[in-house]
Design a protein around this ligand. Structure first.
Ligand code: ADP
Length: 323
């Protein structure tokens, strides 16, 4: 019997979601299955906004940010009654399994549906990189590069005027983007929700950087740690001794909107293919993620004279995806 699977994107959009949708559709069709797309996340699932997707429907989307299926917040899905509605829609269409591409909230919802007896597989996608079960998630790399581009530009102008910049990046509960953007951008101070820091500590660091002769100061702030404008007002009122003239910039949703870079396209493609594999194996109630980003030291004796082979699984995947 032909399997029928559905895919949806939920919660905050992330660059690379489209590449994941494309991989689910093409790998699913390659298995001989019928694949359906659900519009607007769990909201569309409850409303039955579901359409069949073929390989051509997902052509020309791998390079696009956002999600062609749309995403929405759906508080009703948190209630059993909301999920019953979704189950009725899935059963009416005789759909056998659902792929949920999204972050923490979306995977919590996916698990709730799974616990009601429906076969669900998750794909790790959030620019916050706060999903347990995946070292890196879809969208993080692109969002980070967008933040970095802005930071690099601000540093250039800051140096010309000997200014300090407070740059607020996304991350309500997670400091990942701010920490990595701060390290990669060469920040003097990084403020994240996980590590409480007082404005006084930051003021000391910035003043010390000025005293050391630095031409600019960069403070990267996660939105969950401080509001950049409020912090700016605080510094202006309480810390006239900073040295640098200080300005604030909030990057906001600009960070989500970019075209996915190579890393996110490849990660999303592999995770989408991984979700289809999980369904083929009957491995439900799982989050498909990526592991192993540790830094390791390997003795020369083990590496010299050898050439790392190409991962032939990627060659197979390339063939499947050229539908
Ligand atoms: P993200 O997946 O980006 O973390 P949200 O936290 O907004 O996004 O969650 C997206 C959607 O997932 C919510 O609108 C809701 O429909 C569903 N969801 C979130 N938390 C739960 C929960 N505890 N139970 C059921 N569904 C949930």
């Amino acid at each position: 019997m032909t399997k029928r699977i559905a895919v949806l994107t939920s919660g905050g959009d992330a660059p690379g979601m489209n590449a994941a949708i494309r991989a689910v559709v093409r790998c699913g069709v390659h298995e001989g299955w019928e694949v359906f797309g659900v519009r607007n996340g769990y909201k569309g699932l409850m409303e039955g906004d579901i359409l069949q997707l073929g390989p051509r429907d997902v052509g020309g989307i791998i390079q696009l940010g956002g999600t062609i299926l749309g995403s929405a917040r759906a508080p009703e899905f948190k209630e059993v009654a909301g999920r019953e509605k979704a189950l009725a829609q899935l059963r009416q269409r005789e759909i056998d399994a659902l792929v949920v591409i999204g972050g923490n909230g979306s995977q919590t919802g996916a698990n709730a549906l799974y616990e009601m007896g429906f076969p669900v597989v998750g794909v790790a996608s959030t620019i916050d990189n706060d999903l347990y079960g995946s070292d890196i998630t879809i969208g993080v790399d692109t969002a980070l590069n967008i933040a970095l581009e802005a930071i690099d530009r601000l540093k250039t102008t800051a140096s010309s005027h000997r200014r300090a910049f407070l740059v607020e990046v996304m991350g309500r509960d997670s400091g990942y983007l701010a920490l990595m953007a701060g390290i990669a951008g060469g920040a003097e101070a990084i403020l994240i929700p996980e590590v409480p820091t007082t404005p006084e500590q930051v003021a000391r660091e910035i003043h010390a950087a000025y005293e050391r002769g630095k031409l600019h100061g960069l403070i990267v702030v996660a939105e969950g740690a401080y509001d950049a404008d409020e912090l700016l007002a605080y510094f202006k009122e309480h810390h006239p001794e900073l040295g640098f003239e200080i300005r604030a910039t909030t990057l906001g949703h600009v960070q989500r909107g970019g075209a996915p870079g190579a890393f996110d396209r490849l990660l999303a493609t592999r995770l989408g293919a991984g979700a289809v594999k999980a369904i083929a194996e009957g491995n439900y109630g799982v989050l498909v993620g990526s592991k192993a980003t540790e830094i390791i030291a390997t003795p020369y004796a083990e590496i010299v004279g050898k050439k790392k082979p190409l991962d032939m699984r990627m060659v197979e995947l390339a063939n499947v995806l050229t539908q």
